[in-house]
Design a protein around this ligand. Structure first.
Ligand code: DGT
Ligand code: CA
Ligand code: CA
Length: 575
């Protein structure tokens, strides 16, 4: 909630920027800029002035209108005018203002003359040489814009975990082959299984004579050596991923691993506990009066501060330390706990493999069951199933099940949830299925209330079993749609339905915080691959990572159940 002077100043600056892009009255624009400066430079918080009953119009340049806006922000935490301006302008336009060299005047010109609304459109316009033609711009400005965007996107670029994993694992293999390199561990957000990572942090235990750092910098994907010393180096890979490497002594390995795994917030909280016990923690060890008492293993670091080992995925300072003190940390779910997968496609729609190939691949992953969940007819571009084709597939599954040993295919569908909450296929078709997976694939922009209602209605359907990718977000591409997840989870609880954690690397949906919510409300989560080919089952590990970040244990996961137990759970008798 913005209450500090700096927050209010930022709001007023943004209002001024947006007004300027709109071409508003210059006096009005200047009034907001002035107010931003006055409030921003004030030594006392305006919230306190208001509390004392002071009259804000006594501040220079603050009239009745601005005074009431300040009050609105302090009291309600938001500003109606700013909301209105956001609604009137393209949502991404403020992103343009963050490009160095682009002020509101220039953004306005680009928006009006070239219909540039996003950084991407700006980049294309600059690259295609269209910007130099706009009055007030020239070739030089165009080049500067191009460079600024490149620097800007480079800087803020984060890598999807699965993408980072490809680079990380190849590099790890390379490093392990260096003579004298004993142990090569990925730390940082990568080890915490965050859905995206900013850079890779690698720790190596190596003999002092090992040429680790020198070899590292000659890795053939390195384009730039940012720094290199005796025991550390940072490089940039061709793909734009930065890698920080540290060489540590065996006796310090645990302390360094703890330090560089983070998160920063978790580390700070642990250090505070240590301080209270008269201990000092750093990346070299845990010390009492400068004598090392721990640090070889991470467990020894935790033990020194009186805590059990805390798994990396929990280290976000989101309550894990308090729980650890009580000895009640969750026993996090592991990939070997999964007995099956409840979301997979075949060639019948947009998958690449046959039923049989998918079944055999599932078997080789140790699955006892695999649900076949094609798209429904509404998704025409995937060749979605109509009732007739669904019945044909059900027949094929029955035949295949009679023949297969060790794995059972479950008859299912990823049925579209229509805008009004109805399902895309009639009950007569759904009745034959073992379970019904429902998903939203359209109308992402409904209001929160309508989107929530839509999904609740779908879940109230007598055959509904599992809500697929519940927020619809695509990492770095599409924001989650706006829904009341707590209501959805509670409805699932009431109806005996379940939520999916879709392990597709672009989705990882449920979010970790929603996993926690589901667990607290007693709703089981199914960790599914959404496989479109036999290779996609390996993505389950990222779903497991996300589930662990969401504190899920084996018992919280639907597809940790045996087929027999699963059938009992999904065969609820509906009224
Ligand atoms: P990222 O790379 O943005 O996805 O996130 P992290 O968590 O990997 O952050 P990074 O790479 O900056 O640093 C790796 C870990 O090293 C971080 O989680 C905690 C530790 N660390 C780095 N710098 C500091 C620091 O100044 N203070 C403390 N306490 N820890 C730090
Ligand atoms: Ca990192
Ligand atoms: Ca780093």
């Amino acid at each position: 909630m913005p209450k500090h002077n700096a927050d209010i100043a930022i709001i007023f600056e943004e209002i001024a920027d947006l007004l300027e892009i709109q071409g508003a009255n210059p006096f009005r624009i200047r009034a907001y800029r002035n107010a931003a400066r006055v409030v921003g430079e004030l030594s006392q918080e305006v919230s306190q002035l208001l509390e004392k009953g002071d009259d804000l119009t006594r501040l220079p340049g603050i009239g009745n209108d601005l005074a009431s806006k300040i009050k609105e922000i302090v009291v309600s935490g938001y500003c109606g005018l700013l909301e209105r301006l956001h609604a009137e302008l393209p949502p991404a336009i403020t992103e343009l203002l963050k490009i160095p060299g682009l002020g509101p005047k220039r953004v306005k010109a680009l928006y009006h003359d070239l219909d540039v609304q996003t950084v991407e459109q700006l980049y294309r316009a600059a690259r295609d040489g269209r910007i130099r033609a706009v009055p007030g711009f020239g070739e030089k400005t165009e080049n500067n814009i191009l460079q600024a965007i490149e620097a800007h996107t480079h800087q803020s670029q984060r890598f999807k975990l699965a993408v980072a994993a490809q680079y990380a694992e190849a590099l790890q293999k390379f490093l392990l082959a260096i003579p004298g390199a004993a142990q090569v561990t990925l730390a940082g957000s990568y080890r915490r299984m965050r859905e995206t990572v900013g850079d890779l942090d690698i720790l190596i235990v190596a003999s002092t004579s090992s040429p680790v750092v020198q070899r590292f910098t000659t890795y053939d994907e390195v384009v730039e050596i940012l720094s290199a010393g005796a025991t550390r180096a940072s490089v940039m890979l061709k793909c734009g991923l930065q890698v920080d490497l540290r060489v540590v002594k065996e006796e310090s390995y645990g302390a360094a691993l703890h330090y560089f795994t983070g998160s920063r917030a978790h580390n700070i909280a642990i250090r505070r506990i240590a301080q209270k016990k008269g201990l000092k923690i750093n990346e070299y060890g845990v010390f009492r009066n400068n004598i090392r008492i721990a640090g070889k293993s991470e467990a020894s670091v935790y033990a020194a501060v009186g805590l059990p080992y805390i798994p990396p995925e929990l280290r976000e300072n989101r309550g894990e330390i308090v729980i650890a003190k009580t000895g009640q940390l969750p026993r996090l779910v592991e990939q070997t706990d999964l007995r099956g997968d409840l979301h997979a496609h075949t060639k019948a729609t947009d998958g690449h493999n046959t039923l049989r190939e998918m079944a055999l691949a599932g078997l080789s992953h140790g699955f006892e069951y695999l649900a076949i969940t094609e798209h429904s007819r509404r998704l025409v571009f995937t060749h979605g199933l109509d009732p007739l084709r669904l019945m044909q597939q059900c027949d094929e599954i029955d035949q295949l099940n009679a023949e297969l040993k060790g794995i059972t295919l479950l008859k299912s569908i990823e049925v579209d949830i229509l805008e009004d909450g109805n399902l895309d296929l009639p009950d007569s078709a759904l009745a034959r299925l073992d379970l019904v997976v429902g998903a939203v694939h359209s109308n992402f922009n409904l209001s929160r209330a309508r989107q929530t209602e839509r999904i609740l209605r779908a879940m109230q359907h007598r055959y509904f079993t599992l809500l697929a990718h519940p927020t619809g977000r695509l990492l770095q591409r599409r924001a989650p749609y706006d829904v009341d997840m707590l209501r959805i989870i509670r409805e699932a609880r009431k109806r005996g339905c379940f939520l999916e954690l879709n392990a597709h690397p672009e989705r990882l949906d449920l979010l970790d915080t929603h996993c926690q919510m589901a667990k607290e409300e007693g709703v089981l989560v199914s960790i599914n691959s959404d496989a479109h080919s036999i290779y996609d089952f390996s993505n389950l590990r990222f779903g497991i990572g996300q589930a662990r970040r969401g504190w899920l244990e084996k018992q919280d996961v639907l597809n940790s159940r045996s087929l027999k137990q699963l059938r009992l759970l999904i065969n609820r008798t509906m009224s």
